[in-house]
Design a protein around this ligand. Structure first.
Ligand SMILES: Nc1nc2c(ncn2[C@@H]2O[C@H](COP(=O)(O)OP(=O)(O)O)[C@@H](O)[C@H]2O)c(=O)[nH]1
Ligand SMILES: Nc1ncnc2c1ncn2[C@@H]1O[C@H](COP(=O)(O)OP(=O)(O)O)[C@@H](O)[C@H]1O
Length: 226
């Protein structure tokens, strides 16, 4: 259901204005647990959700597209983004820098659209400080460390060295699970996707994200014959 199709949406609402505050949806996990897979499926099922495309200094993997998967930039270009205050958050991950551009977030929130982030715990902390109640955070765990390693090999995008580095970092990343609003185990992709969708649906219904309810409830009470 699209943003404007809620059955609870009062008819008198100004159609030019968004009826709901946009939501920042953050997915974090150790590398290989499945957040890219879940993100893609979530957006396929609900095209009103847009992805925040991060800037990174890491090299593209085979099949990755500049401007679609990441904005692949040099160290100098990344530093320029930092200096100009164009990133809402940024962090070092696996010896590279990754950051979320500020402008698309502002646009999405203004338009009442939801925006999805595939970022680590450091970025999540920074976004939570900046956006508070507009953010919902979800941590995705693998069913086991053995399965995590199997998925990293299966993906065939990284060398043995890189996989070993990602596995070494996984325990540290998992250590931050307690900072997240929701924690899921990605055993079967479709089950995990359904759980993420249930969270998004419920979070969209939160009272503070539906400011029009103030007018709607007033109308209900003041004009009982309508
Ligand atoms: N803080 C922060 N982390 C990011 C950002 N973009 C990606 N990451 C994280 O960087 C880590 C590495 O990402 P990537 O190199 O694509 O590897 P992957 O985890 O195997 O997909 C993952 O934990 C991502 O969630 C960002 O903009 N900010
Ligand atoms: N539930 C799952 N069961 C089996 N394989 C999975 C599952 N979820 C993801 N994968 C596979 O695991 C690999 C890593 O998934 P990916 O989405 O790239 O993880 P991340 O973005 O967290 O690094 C990919 O090859 C993906 O197809």
């Amino acid at each position: 259901m699209g943003v404007d199709e809620s059955p609870c949406r009062p008819q008198s609402l100004d159609m030019e204005n968004p009826s709901r505050r946009g939501l920042l949806i953050v997915l974090s996990s150790p590398s290989g647990a499945g957040k890219t897979t879940i993100s893609r499926k979530l957006m396929e099922a609900d095209p009103t959700i847009t992805m925040s495309i991060s800037a990174t200094t890491r090299a593209p993997r085979p099949g990755e597209e500049d401007g679609k998967d990441y904005h692949f930039v040099t160290d100098e270009a990344f530093q320029h983004l930092v200096d100009e205050g164009e990133l809402a958050e940024w962090a070092y991950v696996f010896d590279h820098r990754y950051g979320s551009p500020k402008e698309p977030i502002k646009e999405a929130l203004k338009a009442g659209r939801d925006i999805l982030f595939d970022i680590d715990w450091q970025g999540t902390q920074q976004l939570r400080s900046a956006f508070g109640n507009d953010l919902v955070s979800i941590f995705i765990l693998p069913p086991s460390m053995k399965e995590l390693e199997r998925r990293l090999h299966d993906r065939k995008t990284d060398s043995e060295d890189v996989i070993a580095g990602r596995m070494r970092r996984a325990a540290g990343e998992i250590g931050h699970w307690g900072e997240y609003d929701y924690v899921l185990v990605n055993e079967q992709v479709e089950d995990c996707l359904s759980e993420v969708q249930a969270i998004v649906t419920a979070e969209r219904m939160r009272r503070n994200r539906r400011p029009y309810l103030t007018d709607f409830t007033r109308q209900l009470v003041e004009r009982p014959n309508n």
